[in-house]
Design a protein around this ligand. Structure first.
Ligand code: IPE
Ligand code: IPE
Ligand code: MG
Length: 240
């Protein structure tokens, strides 16, 4: 039976890190400067998670639609991802963070995929914050890929289509290892979800805040979480 959550701190927070381009342009810089400034914020927010009682942090780094950007911006972002992972791998491991990537890796360059694989493998046994990075991720693409794999299992006779339910499909999603997000935060004032965690966010709380991602501080993060504490989650039930 559905229950009202008594636990106040969100266990899983997901963030749409938006506003890097505008942050740079407002300062007369190229958009990539904003992406670099945004990347620096990730570690600060991540480090506050243990104190705030957050076990899972999921961040949206690059969407399936972001390939539509200029070749310069896409190439710059891919270089930034490689550099970031290379630079941060050891310290993430030392801090006990466990890292996973979600999204489709086929369009990413092999050198980047190698770094992602290596980071996942190295940190697999850690028990600190579970950091999930969505890279070439789109909710619709994820559900379509899940449906494909599910159909393959049916075709092979490994799955009976009569037992497929809303508990079966999540096992095929990229996020099979994650609980659903309790809270989704989007920075930069846009009030849309842009194809992020479509299935998983069915009952997530949302916070759309005006701050641009490179300006988002741990203090503001804590304020947003305080607001979450005052929300009443009903999950369709009537509170008793
Ligand atoms: C988010 O910032 C980062 C990515 C999508 C990679 P944007 O690049 O979307 O910044 P704005 O929205 O144009 O300001
Ligand atoms: C969503 O932001 C994707 C990421 C933050 C990685 P976008 O800036 O791409 O989304 P739209 O285009 O404003 O919807
Ligand atoms: Mg944007």
């Amino acid at each position: 039976m559905a229950q009202c959550s008594r636990r106040k701190t969100p266990r899983h927070v997901a963030i749409i890190m938006d506003g890097n381009g505008r942050w740079a342009q407002m300062r007369g810089h190229r958009r990539l400067v904003g992406h670099h400034a945004g990347a620096k914020r990730v570690k600060e927010i991540l480090r506050t998670c243990p104190n705030l009682g957050i076990d899972y942090l999921t961040i949206f780094a690059f969407s399936t639609e972001n390939w539509k950007r200029t070749q310069v911006e896409v190439a710059g972002l891919m270089t930034l991802f490689k550099r970031y992972i290379r630079y941060e791998t050891q310290s993430l491991h030392d801090e006990g963070v466990r890292v996973r990537f979600i999204g489709d890796r086929v369009r990413l360059e092999p050198a980047l995929v190698d770094l992602m694989d290596n980071l996942e493998l190295l940190t697999a046994g850690n028990s600190g914050t579970y950091l999930t990075i969505a890279l070439d991720y789109g909710g619709r693409d994820e559900v379509a890929r899940a449906a494909r794999r599910l159909a393959q299992d049916v075709a092979r006779g490994q799955l009976d289509p009569r037992v497929v339910s809303d508990e079966t499909l999540p096992k095929y999603l990229d996020t099979y290892f994650l609980p659903d997000p309790d809270l989704v935060i989007r920075t930069s004032g846009e009030a849309r979800i842009s194809n992020f965690l479509l299935w998983q966010s069915a009952y997530a709380e949302y916070e759309f805040i005006d701050t641009l991602w490179p300006d988002f501080t741990p203090a503001e993060f804590a304020t947003v979480l305080n607001r979450f504490d005052n929300r009443k989650r009903r999950f369709g039930a009537v509170p008793v």
